[in-house]
Design a protein around this ligand. Sequence first.
Ligand code: COA
Ligand code: NAP
Length: 263
Amino acid sequence: MTTFRDGLLAGKVAFVAGGTSGINLGIAKRLAELGAKVAVCGRDAEKAARAAGEIGGDALGLSADVRDYGAIRAALEQTAGDFGLLDIVIAGAAGNFLAPALGMSANAFKTVVDIDLLGTFNTLRACHDLLNKPGASLIAITAGQADQAMALQIHACAAKAGVNQVVRTLAIEWGPDVRVNGISPGPIAGTEGMERLSPNPGMKEASESRIPMKRWGEIGEIADAAAFLCSPAASYITGAILDVDGGSSVGDAGRMDLARGLG
Ligand code: COA
Ligand code: NAP
């Protein structure tokens, strides 16, 4: 259930890289609910077509690998050709798996850096001359790993730290015509990401106990943040990384429970 007024994004055109499942599909659905024409893109063409069907209306489901500049450029061009110049671009494609640095080949490290970091650069670089300027809003989906080192995720930590600097650099280079921001979700329930990073209920409970809000987030809560950043309500926000993480990035609330126990 959206918390924004109907038609807030009417007439807008949105492209969501990695929008064929999970958090990014939730964002794509929210943008469409608010009136935007939406294209989603992933590697798997059938999955993309299914996602477009779920979004409904005239949503486009496109296939491209964000590591391939020409392919993502072609998907962006097709979207602009079908719908018009782009107002909103979400760079959300990512890959992750748990492995220690010594259990990771150079190609394994490079694979995640290429999808997350190079893929974000490619998506944002390739869309610039197709944007409806001034007023376009670009969002990269980053993660707490950008600032908080995490064992078994040296590839994602390095990649997402780079993503945050891509956001900040483009905000400087492309202001005042284009706003560029990041959203950093905390652990979000019902996603592939958390299936991979927290595969059993014990791990979920332990992670929830450390979050100030004491729960994982919902996909809709990230979609709301994206809708906000794309809306006129965020017209003076650029270069920001918005943590939507129940306070996870602020500190470990597990210590607060210990303190309560002591009191
Ligand atoms: N542990 C260690 N290495 C791993 C691994 C694991 N769990 N999974 C993959 N790799 C290695 C592979 O062995 C390969 O390295 P090698 O060539 O030295 O053997 C390298 O990573 C690339 O694997 P490949 O399967 O060819 O990559 P891909 O491009 O087909 O897929 C992944 C990319 C690996 C990130 C895949 O998990 C994926 O498609 N993820 C998308 C979904 C996702 O991760 N969602 C969560 C988003 S946060
Ligand atoms: P997901 O469901 O696995 O979504 C990943 C999307 O990216 C899919 O659409 C996938 O489609 C696409 N994709 C993957 N590799 C691609 C490539 N090389 N080229 C083009 N598209 C590609 O993941 P999720 O868990 O919802 O995560 C979504 C985003 O949120 C990611 O950026 C992730 O880092 C971030 N995030 C997630 C969490 C969480 O709790 N889940 C927390 C913090 C940050 P194909 O497989 O068909 O390509």
